[in-house]
Design a protein around this ligand. Structure first.
Ligand code: AMP
Length: 284
């Protein structure tokens, strides 16, 4: 696996690689602390492209909590080993100067409204502007043909869809299914902060979402919502930040079941101080 840290080296290497004939490049941006969820994106990209580039960069501008940024896990050596083991060909490991050459003070403001103001955007002011800034910079450098993102961060997928349109990137976006542990908990780099008991509690999130998927349409939408919030909040150390149903396409929160539409139930639940995101897509 080739490992590059400088933006200029990455651009040079990629232009050499592409010289002469068209090879498709798949790109998987991450913040590291890699798990099977990340590796599934890398593997999918490797199946569908001649070259797969992964990036690891803990983007400070998308953290609105200094402690969260400071405590974010950074097991770089094992990340490099995992990527090499699955056969990833190229790893970009930039530092702040490579991503923000003119500094982090003056971020570009993208037209994300209302995506950056609702749900995860409302809970984490500035978060999605930070995400858009880093992904824009990375896409500009890598110029991939295909971008692989996880469904686990559904709202982020919507934000990046908007970014692709805004910047007119000719990139195909592939949203990959959420990878879960045996209990159903969505894999996340933050799961390492959960104790064994908290991890057990956290499996209730997916159990509730699958209950909604299977039985939700039998009840009024608002009743489903309040029942599930009540059940999750009754668990020890557990607080639902939000649980909402949105039209999957436009990501607009709704309070009644629509007919014949694809919807997504999105939730953020804090367990023992660890914030966990999950969602389920369903047809009505
Ligand atoms: P992160 O390192 O958390 O920024 O995530 C990098 C990419 O991996 C994003 O596109 C995430 O949505 C995706 N991802 C994270 N966890 C999972 C998971 N459990 N299943 C599938 N994709 C995931």
């Amino acid at each position: 696996m080739i490992l590059l840290k400088k933006a200029s080296d990455l651009q040079k290497w990629l232009s050499e690689y592409r010289r002469g004939w068209q090879k498709s490049v798949g790109f998987v941006p991450t913040m590291g602390a890699l798990h099977q969820g990340h590796l599934a994106l890398v593997q999918r990209s490797m199946q569908e492209n001649e070259l797969t580039c992964c990036s690891i960069y803990v983007n400070p501008t998308q953290f609105n909590d200094a402690d969260d940024l400071a405590n974010y896990p950074r097991p770089l050596e094992s990340d490099i080993r995992l990527l090499a083991e699955v056969g990833c060909q190229l790893l970009f490991l930039p530092d702040d100067e490579e991503i923000y050459p003119t500094g982090k003070q003056h971020l570009h403001q993208y037209p994300l409204y209302p995506l950056d103001q609702v749900l995860e955007g409302a809970c984490r002011p500035g978060h999605f502007q930070g995400v858009a800034n880093v992904v824009d910079r990375l896409l500009h450098l890598v110029q991939p043909d295909v971008l692989y993102l996880g469904q686990k961060d559904f709202q982020q997928v919507k934000v990046i869809e908007r970014l692709l349109t805004y910047r007119n990137y000719q990139v195909r976006l592939v949203m990959c299914p959420t990878v879960r542990d045996l209990g159903g908990l969505a894999l996340s780099s933050r799961n390492v902060r959960l104790s064994a008991e908290q991890r057990q509690l956290a499996t209730q999130i997916w159990k509730e979402l699958t209950w909604i998927e299977n039985y939700g349409l039998n009840y009024p939408l608002q009743e489903v919502r309040s029942q599930v919030i009540r059940r999750l909040n009754a668990l020890p150390e557990t607080k639902v930040d939000y649980l909402e149903c949105c039209l999957a396409d436009r990501f607009i929160p709704i309070d009644q079941w629509p007919k014949g539409e694809k919807v997504v139930w999105v939730t953020a639940v804090t367990i023992g101080g660890v914030r966990l995101l999950d969602n389920v897509l369903m047809a009505t």
